[in-house]
Design a protein around this ligand. Sequence first.
Ligand SMILES: O=c1ccn([C@H]2C[C@H](O)[C@@H](COP(=O)(O)OP(=O)(O)OP(=O)(O)O)O2)c(=O)[nH]1
Length: 153
Amino acid sequence: MKISIRRLTNGEGLPLPSYASDGAAGLDLYAALPAGQKLVLEPGARDLIPTGVQIALPAGYEAQLRPRSGLAVEHGVTVLNAPGTIDCDYRGEVKALLINHGGQPFEITRGMRVAQLVVAPVTRAILVEAEELDETARGAGGFGSTGLGDAGE
Ligand SMILES: O=c1ccn([C@H]2C[C@H](O)[C@@H](COP(=O)(O)OP(=O)(O)OP(=O)(O)O)O2)c(=O)[nH]1
């Protein structure tokens, strides 16, 4: 599928988002911070990271902005609102909301791959209001109602 992408001024000189391998599901997004600027995420802090691009998804698709597992496992840094939703009618800059759950300050610099974008189809629901819903074995049970143990206790 082709998706129109536009590089913003802050994205000039950075690679466009790209798949890191033939089978990668996500396009890696690059931090479009000003050259030479370091953004330090202190433990517990969050910040919105510009990526220097805007995209126009086809109708019927969204893009999910997801964490990179390497940043999460190495530094405790993840996407706070994961998965972030990029709507097909959004034309602003794609931004990643990162949070540092680790114990050390985390430094972000221009060109760092901070998150990834997975394009996915969207099913739009037509809600039909009803007086009653059909009955099921689960009923209103949830939040661990079937047990939390490995053996389903
Ligand atoms: O991680 C994200 C999440 C969202 N967006 C952009 C694209 C998305 O289409 C728009 C709105 O996002 P969302 O629908 O999650 O925001 P909202 O809080 O519901 O605000 P709005 O009223 O603007 O929809 O912001 C990003 O760039 N990064």
